[in-house]
Design a protein around this ligand. Structure first.
Ligand code: C2E
Ligand code: CA
Ligand code: CA
Length: 701
């Protein structure tokens, strides 16, 4: 129902009720008042009649009385009259006969025929003696007539009133409706987006005031919107500037990174890729070739007699010669082949997509040898130099990176010993070279160091970030060379990995750790020891059994084997198989240095790991670099989802521990907790850290 209709209806109902009540009470009042006046009128008429009839009664003048009666009856209001003597006998009467024929009742109103009469009597008393009575019936009709007239007038007035109210309500409702419609239209316009829309306002009433308030609100809305647009614009500009700056900075960083990478992955003397880059390329090629089943070759080349030239003609000449060899090697092979310098006079070539088998290899090797053998002008003389070349082919000679390099190396060494120029790997070479005398010099050196007990272990604790309990110690190898002093693993591990002694070394480390354990076994019998193992160990089918034998001999010990993702990419199926076997033997595995390689967690979840160690290069910056912190948070979350415990490496100060705790990292290891230390020092540290036996139940598992 519209607003206008509601107003009209309300006013009409109100008016009708009001008028009905007013008219009803007024008419009732009139009626009551009319009867009172009628009664007074009748009494007066009766008294007048009595005084006019006194003489006639006293004298019993019936004729005179009749004349008085007739006279009285000329008044149309009087219906009938009667004069009675003292004994009630009628002396004279006149008027309505029917009424006269009935008994008279003083003070009542009675119907007689079609008329109604108000009946009053008046005694006629003279000097205290009653001589008679007059009776009079006053007609009610004139009164009723007046009352009907009054009612008609009242009703007419009420109806006119009602009509006027109706008209007023209609006008008022329309007026209000119109004005509210203006507000409604304006509000819709603002709603449609016409901010600032204004309504014409003239009056000062409530609606005008509401409209003015609306105008003000609409204006303020437009101002606010303009302001917001201005702010949006400024913000966009700011964002664009920021984006430009970030892009610029990112580019600078990328350039710097590229320059650094080039520095880190290239040999400064020749500008050729170094060993690290060569291994990266080899790793990538291994993954690809495993998919495509394409052969490729790893070629190791060592110059013959370079030391003599270097010693006799000086380092400058030696450097020039090495640079020239590098260039010639690049010229001798395809652009897609990789030529790297491993160090000293040793070069390596990676020859992908090899077709034609042994014959093709021989052709390439000869081409390479010829290129190197070209005379080179060094000062006044021409110098000629030859090379020994060893080749290992994927997949025949190995499906693993280190194995391929080691076998190419062994073949090269064989070629050198037999002055054969070049040699493709053959298992016979390993058999012949098992004797220390037939070993390449670096291998012989390692072999001797193990035999002489020159390798020792330092131990670094790993602690829980929740309660600080020591959950494991990691065994880290050191080489105490009688001539060179203490050598760190970064300097000797690559040599061991190149030799055929890798697994021997791992088992040697295991033996030493099991020996050292005796020092703390009494106080901390179940403290796990983490041992670093190599990809090559996983390729060795006998590895698990040899570990089992060691444990059987040394008594039960809790171990964890740590291996890097590099160990897994070359032959994941074999790795998974060995890891399962180790787990069955009660030795869980931890993924080491996570975050430095290219393996994704999704790929790693197919391997049976128990925990992940996040590399210190990622951990070191989480306090200062928000992005890195978020990356580490994500890694931790994903690891937890996959059910791995997480160890943070390289925790160098207490602040990092706080941050790591906030990221829900489980364990920490680093200089900030303890540096790697000899076994005896570890015992002291453990005793200082916790009373004997107090924390032995806690472990990484
Ligand atoms: P890793 O397995 O990642 O071992 C942790 C290395 O980080 C150790 O170096 C340790 O001394 C160092 N480190 C620990 N906390 C901190 C810290 O807060 N700040 C810094 N800057 N460094 C910290 P280390 O002993 O020189 O060993 C280097 C790597 O050599 C090891 O890395 C591991 O890959 C390898 N390695 C050591 N011992 C063995 C072993 O017996 N067998 C094998 N296969 N590899 C070993
Ligand atoms: Ca490790
Ligand atoms: Ca590590």
């Amino acid at each position: 129902m519209s607003f206008r209709a509601k107003i009209i209806l309300a006013l009409v109902i109100m008016n009708a009720v009001f008028l009905t009540v007013i008219t009803g009470t007024t008419l009732q009042f009139f009626a009551h008042n009319g009867y009172e006046r009628l009664r007074a009128h009748a009494r007066t008429d009766a008294r007048l009649f009595a005084s006019a009839a006194v003489t006639g009664i006293l004298t019993h003048d019936v004729g005179g009385l009749q004349a008085v009666v007739d006279e009285i009856l000329t008044n149309p209001d009087i219906g009938f009259v009667r004069v009675l003597d003292r004994s009630g006998r009628v002396l004279a009467q006149g008027g309505a006969r029917q009424a006269l024929a009935r008994p008279f009742h003083e003070g009542t109103m009675r119907r007689s025929g079609r008329s109604r009469y108000f009946e009053v009597d008046q005694p006629v008393i003279v000097a205290g003696i009653r001589y008679g009575t007059v009776e009079l019936g006053l007609s009610v009709r004139p009164l009723r007539h007046r009352l009907a007239e009054g009612r008609l007038r009242m009703t007419t007035v009420a109806l006119v009133e009602l009509l006027l109210a109706l008209l007023f309500a209609f006008y008022f409702g329309s007026y209000l409706g119109r004005r509210l419609k203006v507000l409604e239209d304006a509000a819709s316009k603002v709603g449609e987006g016409q901010l600032g829309y204004q309504v014409m306002v003239r009056g000062r009433d409530e609606i005008s005031r509401t409209l003015r308030a609306f105008n003000a609100m609409s204006l303020r809305l437009r101002e606010a919107s303009d302001e917001r647009q201005r702010q949006d614009g400024a913000l966009k500009e700011l964002a664009a500037t920021l984006e430009r700056r970030v892009a610029q900075r990112t580019q600078e960083l990328a350039d710097a990174n590229q320059a650094l990478q080039k520095l880190a992955l290239h040999d400064p003397l020749t500008g050729l890729p170094n060993r690290a880059l060569f291994e990266q390329e080899l790793g990538r090629l291994l993954m690809e070739s495993r998919r495509t089943q394409e052969c490729f070759a790893v070629m190791i080349l060592d110059l013959n007699g370079f030391k003599a030239i270097n010693d006799s003609r000086g380092h400058d000449a030696g450097d020039r010669l090495l640079r020239a060899v590098g260039q010639r090697l690049q010229g001798a092979v395809r652009a897609s082949d990789v030529v790297a310098r491993f160090g000293g006079d040793e070069f390596a070539l990676l020859l992908p997509a090899l077709r034609g088998g042994g014959a093709a290899i021989a052709v390439i090797a000869e081409k390479v040898a010829r290129a190197v053998a070209q005379p080179l002008a060094l000062g006044l003389e021409n110098v000629e130099i030859s090379a020994s070349i060893g080749v290992a082919v994927f997949p025949e000679d190995g499906v693993d990176m280190l194995l391929l390099i080691r076998r190419a190396d062994a073949a090269m060494y064989w070629a050198k010993r037999h002055a054969a120029g070049f040699q493709v790997y053959d298992p016979m070479i390993d058999v012949q070279a098992a004797e220390p005398d037939a070993m390449p010099p670096h291998e012989r050196r390692i072999h001797a160091a193990m035999a002489n007990g020159e390798f020792l272990l330092h131990y670094q604790p790993i602690v829980s970030l929740i309660d600080g309990a020591v959950v494991a110690v990691e065994a880290l190898a050191r080489w105490e060379d009688p001539e060179r002093g203490l050598i760190s693993p970064a300097d000797f591990m690559p040599t061991i990995e190149r030799s055929r002694l890798m697994t021997e070394f791992t088992l040697h480390v295991l033996d030493r750790a099991l020996d050292d354990r005796v020092l703390w076994a009494a106080d901390h019998p179940s403290l796990p020891i983490a041992i670093n193992i190599s990809a090559l160990d996983l390729q060795d089918d006998g590895f698990v059994q040899r570990v089992r034998d060691r444990l059987a001999q040394a008594g039960p010990a809790r171990l964890v084997f740590e291996l890097t993702e590099g160990a897994l990419v070359s032959n994941p199926d074999q790795a998974a198989w060995v890891m399962e076997a180790l787990r069955d033997a009660g030795i869980p595995a931890a993924l080491d240095d996570y975050g430095t390689g290219y393996a994704s967690i999704a790929y790693l979840r197919t391997l049976p790991f128990d925990r992940v160690k996040i590399d210190r290069s990622l951990i070191a910056v989480i306090d200062t670099n928000v992005n890195e912190r978020e990356i580490v948070r994500a890694i931790i979350d994903v690891c937890h989802c996959l059910g791995y415990g997480v160890v943070a490496e390289g925790v160098e100060h207490d602040g990092l521990q706080e941050t790591l705790r906030a990221l829900h990292c489980d364990y920490a290891q680093g200089y900030g907790i303890a540096r790697p230390m000899p076994a005896a020092a570890l015992c002291d540290w453990l005793a200082w850290r916790a009373p004997a036996g107090a924390r032995d139940e806690v472990s990484l598992e």
